[in-house]
Ligand binder design. Structure first.
Ligand code: ZN
Length: 240
């Protein structure tokens, strides 16, 4: 009997969402099934689902016709697709083929917001600020920095407007230059995302292909709260 390559790989999960942000669906095999707190789940070999993490929300997805919420299972390390609230999963057995699919439009928005977050981080760091927090959720995306006390601009409204204008100009320049976005793996397995030579950071999120994919990047005037510089932002994905 001849085993196919695919046969020999059952049991391992590949993070397809890390290789291709725009992969909308894939026919793949179930590698594990189970239950979490009474909710059924299934894990598939080629995982197109990004679970919530790193400041990026979980994808909306489907296994067959059933809506699922992807979650990282701490014990196994697998991304498992749990039944959406009030729903169920098709009756799946290990080894069975199933179609895994994401809401691509929502994924593209998440990737745009996430990548714009890296860009805001980069231009903030270029001001001599240190990033202390980030969130890339739609409607609440922001990067927080600790700035040196010597940055006198942050102490009054005109100065904060001036500092924001510097950030906006740097962001607009990087988007106009369409800087390439890439991810590489270090020998220890860590994944590092690069915005050309402008910025690099360890990251397990989904990104756009180049900064020209970003549209409507808007930075309201930054705020200073409890000694932290808060740079909120919005962004969308350029239509393709
Ligand atoms: Zn990232």
């Amino acid at each position: 009997m001849v085993h196919s390559i695919a046969d020999s790989r059952v049991g391992a999960q590949t993070s397809a969402y890390l290789d291709d942000t725009y992969l909308e669906q894939v026919d793949t095999r179930v590698i594990a099934v189970g239950e979490r707190d009474g909710t059924p789940w299934a894990a598939v070999e080629h995982c197109v689902f990004h679970p919530q993490g790193g400041g990026q929300p979980a994808d909306r997805g489907w296994l067959g016709d059933a809506e699922v919420v992807p979650v990282r299972d701490r014990e196994s390390g697998l991304v498992v697709a749990t039944a959406a609230e009030g729903g169920g999963l098709p009756d799946l057995a290990v080894g069975e083929w199933v179609r895994a699919r994401i809401d691509l439009r929502e994924r593209m928005l998440h990737a745009a917001l996430h990548t714009a977050g890296h860009l805001v981080e980069a231009v903030g760091r270029s001001q001599g600020w240190e990033m202390v927090g980030s969130i890339h959720f739609p409607g609440q995306a922001r990067i927080e920095f600790r700035a040196p006390h010597t940055d006198a601009r942050l102490g009054d409204p005109d100065g904060r407007e001036e500092a924001t204008a510097v950030l906006r100009a740097a962001v607009a320049r990087a988007v106009a230059d369409d800087l390439p976005v890439s991810a590489r793996y270090l020998p220890d397995g860590r994944r590092v995302v690069h915005l050309d030579t402008l910025h690099s950071a360890p990251c397990g999120g989904t990104h756009v292909r180049s900064l020209g994919d970003l549209a409507d990047v808007v930075l309201p005037t930054l705020k200073v709260k409890k000694g932290r510089v808060r740079v909120s932002y919005t962004a969308t994905h350029r239509s393709r």
